[in-house]
Design a protein around this ligand. Sequence first.
Ligand SMILES: Cc1cc2nc3c(=O)[nH]c(=O)nc-3n(C[C@H](O)[C@H](O)[C@H](O)COP(=O)(O)OP(=O)(O)OC[C@H]3O[C@@H](n4cnc5c(N)ncnc54)[C@H](O)[C@@H]3O)c2cc1C
Length: 285
Amino acid sequence: MVAGRFRFFDARVLRTRRLGPTLTRITFGGPQLAGFASGGRDQSFSLFLPHPGQDAPLLPDRTGDGWHRAWRALPEAERAVLRSYTVRAQRRDPDEVDVDFALHGTGPDDPPGAAGPASHWAAHAAPGDRAVLLGPAFADNRSVGFRPPPGTDWVLLAADETALPALGGILEHLPADTVVRAWIEVPHPSDIQDLPHGPGSEIVWLVREPGAAGSPLTEALESAALPGGTPYAWLAGEASAVRALRRHLVREVGVDRTRVTFSGYWRRGASEEQLRSERAAAAAS
Ligand SMILES: Cc1cc2nc3c(=O)[nH]c(=O)nc-3n(C[C@H](O)[C@H](O)[C@H](O)COP(=O)(O)OP(=O)(O)OC[C@H]3O[C@@H](n4cnc5c(N)ncnc54)[C@H](O)[C@@H]3O)c2cc1C
């Protein structure tokens, strides 16, 4: 059993659709998804994937509380790959969940092995492929981060391509008249998407220079004219870019730190396993 409001859901790939050079949408289905209950916005969940050559992700008995310890005890090369993703959309009748994967290291010029396992899986996913989602069984759950406090006059959003699905979910959730300023960084001009937004929203797309080490987000925000009133900021993407953005907003712009929700979705040079281990070690010390 998984504590609280989360459960394991077996799923299969129903279809895939390329959204642009970087993003691919994978639609999951299966009878168990009838119990999956996304809270919308930036709803995240844990995704278990098979390694190349495996028919299904290898997980230990998931009925007990000790599944995580048992999963870690399995050989790394065999146990399911565990990564965090966002619910881009959920539909009923039939039960379907869309997840948008940012592909990295999968291009024709990338050396073999350049892609992380999740990116590699997504690039090759085909209908019928199996995955397991550890996600919400209740829409009200703690894996939704976007929570503007009372007194918010306007919303600032900043994301790279990994957080674009979450940003899309947030825009869909907000009332059409919300004042929103959004900055989105993508690797390629053809990654720019139509996003749902009301008349109060302004979306700025930033295309990263090929091979650029840094993010253009901070520079764009530094030169932006921001609306008056009390903001709520939601920032997600590469960890050091997100940290720099948060620092700028709190120190230079004077945004109250309690009004900034920020999340490093990935860190250059570190796999998600490494990030999870670091977090676990920090929590234990
Ligand atoms: C709450 C949350 C929600 C997320 N939602 C999404 C989502 O909806 N869609 C999505 O695409 N990602 C999302 N991510 C990010 C995703 O989990 C990471 O990008 C993850 O590292 C991908 O796993 P991987 O196996 O491909 O690479 P890993 O094995 O984790 O990493 C291998 C190497 O690739 C690098 N790397 C990882 N991601 C990228 C990238 N995008 N570009 C360039 N290099 C990279 C790492 O720094 C590392 O050096 C989310 C992360 C979090 C924490």
